[in-house]
Design a protein around this ligand. Structure first.
Ligand code: TXA
Ligand code: MG
Length: 344
């Protein structure tokens, strides 16, 4: 008998455990499972009641749609319609992987999955356990990130238990998620593909494969209709207040020093999120390593009771765009440092 965690089963990655997970799904239950990006909270995408359970367990607003997870591109035609050549180019190149495609929705997928939108977001995760679990379930799996709404996404099974113990049927225990940030959400329903949420697959890579321009929603400050309802919510928030320090890197250090001193004098605990990649996180110099550690670091600082988190901006190229998107959403304030005149 697998161990019980206040009513939430902790399952391993062996075949009998994954069969158990699939059984739970087929009875309308909720199972958190690992992917290469973050842990997902899964239910049968074709079962409206089970999907309603996801919104309840997370405390998720009903107008924020879910991503449907597939075990292979062969399942695509069961969940989406009017699939174009461009879409197949993308699935050939990036699936399995951190790319969710927004496509016209098939009538087999209930309204609730897409929060009433005529489209559906789909992806095939690059994770052996996730793929086995979906295949054994025999249905596409609707899954948001497996966190309580508003908390940073979980990149370990412990994060899932921290947020959802007793609220879901089971969690599959695996090693930490490799990418650490959620998938890129790409809207393929319009003339021009639009990145609704930057993630593990970069704009540069998408443009190269499709041979066309890809827009980024909200870039250049233009008005965007809320295509991805998730965009309007303040996500990824740690309990602490996060200040994002932007501007020339040479001028940031004195500001960080002054802010740290100021808040410590007021009796607050101050944490530093080392986006320069050389210090406390000790993750080397690769932005992908910083991305992989970001949510874990935010959750750790919350557990340590940090009141103020100071973070520096990074170059918004490649995965850096996704990192900056999450930091901006987590930030209570952004402080722009002027060149030569460090002033917060
Ligand atoms: O990497 C990921 O994408 C993870 C793992 C578990 O796969 N999932 C994830 O799901 O991050 P979630 O629910 O936390 O974020 C889904 C995002 C939201 O911003 C939502 O608004 C958007 O995708 N989305 C889902 N369906 C959509 C649709 N039909 N049209 C526009 N945006 C959609
Ligand atoms: Mg989420």
């Amino acid at each position: 008998m697998p161990p019980l965690t206040k009513g939430t089963l902790l399952l391993m990655e062996d075949q009998p455990s994954l069969e158990k997970a699939a059984q739970i799904i087929n009875k309308g239950g909720l199972v958190a499972f690992p992917t290469e990006t973050v842990y997902g909270l899964g239910a049968a995408a074709t079962d409206e009641d089970a999907v309603a359970g996801i919104y309840k367990a997370k405390g998720r607003p009903a107008d924020n749609p879910l991503i449907v997870h597939l075990s292979g591109p062969g399942q695509l035609e069961n969940v989406a319609r009017d699939i174009t050549k461009k879409v197949y180019k993308l699935t050939d190149r990036f699936w399995p992987g951190p790319l969710s495609l927004v496509l016209p929705r098939s009538e087999k997928i209930p309204d609730l999955v897409s929060a009433g939108l005529p489209s559906v977001a789909v992806r095939m995760p690059d994770h052996r356990t996730a793929l086995d679990f979906i295949r054994l379930s025999g249905v596409p799996i609707a899954a948001p990130s497996a966190n309580r709404s508003g908390r940073p996404s979980p990149t370990t099974y412990r994060h899932v238990l921290e947020d959802l113990t007793g609220r879901i049927d089971a969690v599959i225990k695996s090693s930490p998620c490799k990418v650490g940030l959620e998938s890129t959400v790409l809207d393929m329903t319009g003339e021009v593909p639009v990145i609704l949420r930057p993630g593990g697959v970069s704009r540069e890579e998408l443009e190269e494969v499709m041979g066309c321009t890809v827009d980024v929603a909200g870039a250049r400050g233009q008005f965007v209709r809320p295509l991805s309802p998730g965009m309007k919510y303040r996500h990824y928030s740690p309990r602490a207040k996060l200040f994002l320090i932007t501007g020339p890197s040479a001028s940031r250090f004195p500001v960080i020093k002054a802010l740290t001193k100021h808040y410590r004098n007021l009796g607050f605990t101050v944490g530093y999120l080392n986006t320069s990649l050389k210090g406390s996180l000790n993750q080397g110099t690769d932005p992908a390593c910083f991305a992989a550690a970001l949510y874990k670091s935010l959750r750790r600082m919350d557990r340590q009771g940090v009141d103020i988190i100071l973070a520096e901006e990074i170059d918004a190229a490649g995965i850096g765009l996704a990192v900056m998107n999450r930091l901006k959403k987590a930030a209570a304030r952004t402080l722009r440092v002027q060149p030569g005149k460090p002033k917060a």
